[in-house]
Design a protein around this ligand. Structure first.
Ligand code: PEP
Ligand code: MG
Length: 553
């Protein structure tokens, strides 16, 4: 980590060099973000009445936060998904819960944080031991609301509530589940000490069109300071001098102008000079990303990472909740293709309520389709929701982390069961294209046989690179040698396109490499049919593709 210091007449400016994971310039105050989980210590208090008042105040603050989260979620993800915040607010009013905390403070003369955390743990254990599945699932909610109150007591952020003013978030590390919960309207950019270019947090930054840096020490003392995040040079400048501030504001303006120019390509076809049409789609993680897909005129959605639905929640999303989300996306896209990938959790995408065991090698562990084929109840719930939503638009389904023909056959069997059930219940659905992600070397080597089983392939270059090069995509130390341009990766892509086409499968790329303009011509020459990228890359790619003559490559 490099640090330079500039001394000026009347100012003290510092600049820190990191690595850019998304271009652009953000100017705003730093918000130092620390993790939600905290170590709560037991402390003796003299005045327990005062302590009870502190608790009451924190509880009210938590309820206010939950109400505003409810309003926000209602707008962004609909009533069914927003309901959890309402439930949490109600739980905080529960007499047994409140009495237990107040009693503990008064009788044991302990601090409010401790009483809340202990009561949370006790109640949560009680619920977890219940027979009834519904009550069992509330265990995690109790823990969650208690953590929220503890955070209100200690003044630390838990839920991505970033305050009134838009800010640049600075954190040691950000998990995808934390990033998705942040109030995007208040997020100008983010800077993390850890993290890598191809982690899901980095991908989220690109999807949200937010400049971001990694590799910069997260110093709490920078909290509240004015900063410039320069995604072009990978620099974070603290308390910039006036002339630098002016220069960077100009750069922001230029970016805006360039975007305006690209906007002229809206409504134009994505077609090469010699007439090959390319399906230029966008990647999303939630309903709220669809706005950007439409604003950038993508012809469809090539990857909806459905696991983000699970990451945003404290318990399994129900069939109805999922159905509403998939249906909303399908309807918003109004007949354009929407490819939804089934649940791909594991590795960096951890969901507490799945209770996954700690693994030595989570990227190669119990994850994605492996979980779905093992816990078929979860898989079937999602498939039912997807098929039900298919009646409202143009939905395709794709499956992640495939390694064999046998897996695809097992999936197809389960899909047939789900369809038969729906038919028997008189629930309408459409035929749905079935595809798989090609993101393991095994799937590449088996691509000819796999092509006979499905309608399309979508190459996940993020994982394909990590598994081919044996380089953990999460490891910041290896970020410099994590190279998606490696000839081994490019040869694999070529092989997949050829094998797919032999069997009439169309082939796309939905990993981050698809947006790399330095390779667009290579992909077109290989015969790639579709590219699915973060919404903000769509128009720049369209420009590039429209200037290519494949026959001359
Ligand atoms: C990939 O691996 O390239 C991919 C698109 O999936 P994810 O990044 O979500 O693992
Ligand atoms: Mg992947």
């Amino acid at each position: 980590m490099l640090m330079q210091m500039y001394y000026a007449k009347d100012n003290f400016m510092k600049s820190y060099k990191g690595k850019s994971i998304y271009n652009g310039v953000a100017i705003g105050k730093i918000y130092f973000y620390s993790k939600g989980e905290q170590v709560v210590k037991r402390e003796k208090v003299d005045n327990s009445d005062e302590e009870v008042k502190r608790f009451e105040k924190a509880k009210e603050q938590a309820i206010t936060e939950l109400n505003s989260l409810y309003d926000k979620a209602l707008k962004e993800v609909g009533e069914v998904n927003a309901a959890i915040f309402e439930v949490h607010a109600m739980m905080l009013e529960d007499d047994d819960y409140i009495d237990s905390i107040v009693n503990m403070i008064s009788s044991q003369k302990v601090n409010a944080e401790y009483a809340v955390a202990m009561t949370g743990d006790n109640f949560s254990k009680l619920f977890a031991e219940m027979e009834d599945e519904y009550f069992k699932a509330r265990a995690i909610d109790i823990k969650d609301i208690s953590e929220r109150v503890v955070n209100c007591l200690t003044g630390k952020a838990l839920d991505g509530n970033l305050g009134e003013e838009p800010v640049i978030v600075l954190a040691k590390d950000l998990a995808p589940s934390e990033t998705v919960q942040m109030d995007k309207s208040k997020l100008l950019g983010f800077v993390t000490e850890l993290g890598s270019s191809n982690s899901h947090t980095a991908i989220l930054a690109r999807t949200m069109n937010i400049p971001a840096l990694i590799g910069i020490e997260a110093l709490p003392e920078l909290n509240g300071k004015l900063a410039i995040l320069d995604g072009y040079s990978g620099t974070l400048i603290i308390e910039p001098e006036e002339d630098i501030l002016e220069k960077m504001k100009k750069k922001q303006q230029e970016d805006l102008e360039n975007r305006k120019l690209l906007m002229q390509l809206k409504g134009k076809e994505t077609i090469t000079l010699d007439g090959k049409k390319i399906h230029l789609y966008a990647n999303i993680g939630s309903v709220s990303d669809v706005k950007a897909v439409l604003a950038n005129d993508a012809a469809g959605i090539g990857l909806f990472r459905s696991e983000f639905l699970y990451l945003e929640k404290n318990t399994y999303p129900t069939e109805e909740e999922q159905f509403q989300v998939y249906r909303t996306v399908a309807e918003m896209m109004a007949g354009k293709k929407v490819i939804i990938r089934t649940l791909d959790i594991g590795a960096d995408k951890q969901v507490d309520y799945f209770n996954l065991e700690k693994e030595e090698n989570p990227a190669m562990g119990y994850r994605a389709i492996r979980i779905c084929l093992d816990r078929t109840d979860i898989f079937k719930t999602q498939l039912r929701a997807l098929y039900r939503a298919s009646a409202y638009g143009n939905i395709s389904i794709m499956y992640p982390m495939i390694i064999s023909v046998d897996e695809v056959r097992q999936i197809k069997k389960i899909v047939e069961e789900v369809k038969a059930e729906l038919m028997e219940q008189g629930i309408k659905f459409n035929e749905v294209e079935q595809g798989i992600m090609i993101e393991t070397p095994a799937a590449v080597m088996e691509s000819e046989a796999l092509a006979g089983e499905v309608d399309f392939f979508s190459i996940g270059t993020n994982d394909l690179t990590q598994y081919t090069l044996a380089i953990d995509r999460q490891n910041p130390k290896l970020d410099n040698i994590y190279d998606s341009h490696h000839p081994a990766v490019l040869k694999m892509i070529q092989m997949v396109v050829e094998n797919g086409h032999k069997e009439g499968c169309w082939v796309g790329i939905c990993g981050e490499l698809g947006a790399d303009i330095s390779l667009t011509r290579t992909f077109l020459k290989m015969g790639v049919d579709e590219l699915s990228v973060s919404p903000s890359f769509v128009l720049a790619l369209r420009k590039e593709i429209r200037e290519v003559n494949i026959s001359e490559l």
